[in-house]
Design a protein around this ligand. Structure first.
Ligand code: ATP
Ligand code: MG
Length: 480
């Protein structure tokens, strides 16, 4: 009897962890008896290395270190989520997440450089030089009551639970596998391996319920399908068409984060096509629709995104500011053209157009200020490429955003939105030796095509095919 009592006292039931001294401590399990009906927990299938074939050399040493440190203290710890999925696909994961039954405080205490972040969803960032291992405590199933907005979106998510519950709360079956680097086993709760082999994205639980809890999952399914080249299982795809409006309730900053992930996934083009197919683009970028339907805008965007995808695959750095400048350029251009036609002065009109477009976007997608700063600089440079007189070109070279702005100008030239000759000249000017630079400028003065006074020559402009609205040259007129 007494033994039984002690056993019960010191057994480690669901959601219990041990603190550093080895004493069991209770985690907040909240009102878990009211778990939503759409969730069921499953027993895991445990795969050995012969079956899962994960190459341990692709696993971050730091992630292994986090798992081993936690395990040495008697906690469970696994690499989890996208990293396991990518490892199973033979890809090198871009980052590593760890899941454990230790609480955030217990985890933090075990590492020299670790901090707890987030309020609604606390996780621990364990830092090793440039690498951060996001370590989260197993989450309990969502309770059916409270903590949701009026549309059912889950607002609070800090109830700790068991590993099988944690697995049921993840989004897709292929994202719900746990890799233990010590035993080299994969714990698969929802037939993720089967779906992974069939290249299928399948939502865990009732898809409509899961989208209501978190509408961003609709964007995630499109992103993963594009990035992994997976099919979306029909029942997972079906509710999206009628639920896309729910994205309107998602905080703008979260939408921005997701949009950035989408654009930097290496499959940005495929992602945007996927968004359009699923009818999701309205909710994310209110004007994406207009951009994608405008022929000229689409050519520019397609080129910009193809270039972005190439850079991701080549492992080159990407500038989010540049990306967003591309995304919104045609809106700025149209707005600018309208203003100039209405008699506004060229440069102030461009600034007013930038302000208006950014203000419209701010309502839905919170583009951070540091990015809008970069975007403005890149845009504001564009008409300056038309002026090649005096010392101005040398001054432009010295400016921080010059290279990005020139890349942007070249991109425009590629799709007939700027003068290709001018773009070539600037590239030569920018990459050349300083003595050659002056020669390039001197040559302009003598040449009939020289534009030392201002914009590109009328002769060249007349030769170009007329384009649909928004497709042609930006307002040129005399530089003012
Ligand atoms: P990647 O990092 O390649 O974009 P990922 O699958 O690792 O993909 P993360 O956003 O890093 O995506 O999330 C890590 C894991 O957390 C996911 O694999 C999934 O198990 C879980 N997860 C993330 N977001 C959600 C969500 N909105 N709903 C349910 N589970 C989620
Ligand atoms: Mg990840």
């Amino acid at each position: 009897m007494i033994r039984k009592f002690f056993k019960r006292m010191f057994a480690k039931p669901a959601g219990l962890g041990k603190d550093n001294a080895g004493k069991p401590t209770h985690l907040n399990l909240g009102s878990r008896n009211k778990a939503a009906a759409s969730y069921t927990v499953h027993k895991p299938k445990v795969w050995g290395v012969a079956e899962h074939k994960i190459d341990r050399r692709l696993v971050s040493h730091n992630a292994i270190r986090v798992c081993e440190t936690l395990q040495a203290k008697g906690y469970k710890a696994f690499v989890v989520g996208g990293a396991v999925r990518d490892l199973l696909l033979g890809m090198r994961p871009k980052d590593f997440d760890v899941a454990t039954d230790a609480s955030p405080e217990q985890t933090q205490r075990l590492f020299r450089r670790a901090r707890i972040i987030g309020r609604r969803f606390q996780i621990v960032h364990v830092m090793f030089g440039p690498e951060t291992i996001e370590t989260s405590t197993f989450r309990a199933l969502t309770t059916g009551n409270s903590d949701t907005d009026e549309h059912g979106r889950v607002l609070r998510d800090n109830e700790f639970g068991r590993q099988d519950e944690d697995a049921s709360r993840r989004d897709f079956t292929v994202n719900a596998m746990y890799y233990d680097p010590s035993t080299e086993t994969v714990w698969d709760y929802h037939h993720g391996m089967e779906d992974l082999r069939a290249k299928t994205l399948r939502m865990i639980g009732e898809p409509a319920v899961r989208y209501r809890e978190d509408p961003v999952r609709m964007l995630r399914v499109v992103r993963f399908a594009a990035k992994l080249n997976f099919n979306i299982e029909p029942a997972t795809y079906a509710p999206i068409a009628s639920m896309s409006d729910l994205l309107r309730n998602v905080p703008a900053s979260r939408l921005f984060d997701e949009m950035l992930k989408l654009l930097m996934s290496g499959s940005a083009l495929a992602c945007l096509k996927g968004l359009r197919q699923a009818g999701l683009h309205h909710g994310v970028f209110p004007l994406l629709d207009a951009i994608l339907e405008d022929e000229a805008g689409e050519a520019f965007l397609t080129e910009a995104l193809a270039r972005t995808d190439r850079r991701v695959h080549e492992g080159k750095p990407l500038s989010p500011g540049f990306l967003f400048a591309c995304l919104l350029w045609h809106l700025v251009l149209e707005n600018w053209e309208k203003r100039v036609k209405a008699g506004e002065v060229k440069f102030p009109a461009l600034f007013a157009a930038m302000d208006e477009v950014l203000a419209e976007q701010a309502e839905r997608t919170a583009i951070p200020r540091r990015l809008t700063g970069d975007m403005r600089e890149i845009w504001a440079f564009q008409p300056r490429f038309e002026k090649r007189a005096g010392k101005a070109p040398f001054r432009m070279l010295e400016q921080q955003k010059f290279r990005a702005a020139l890349d942007f100008f070249e991109l425009r030239a590629l799709v007939g939105n700027a003068d290709p000759e001018l773009a070539r000249w600037w590239r030569e000017f920018s990459d050349g030796e300083s003595s050659n630079r002056q020669a390039l400028l001197d040559k302009l003065r003598g040449s009939p095509q020289g534009d030392a006074g201002g914009t590109s020559s009328k002769k060249r402009r007349r030769r170009r095919k007329p384009k649909a609205a928004g497709a042609g040259q930006p307002p040129s007129g005399e530089a003012q």
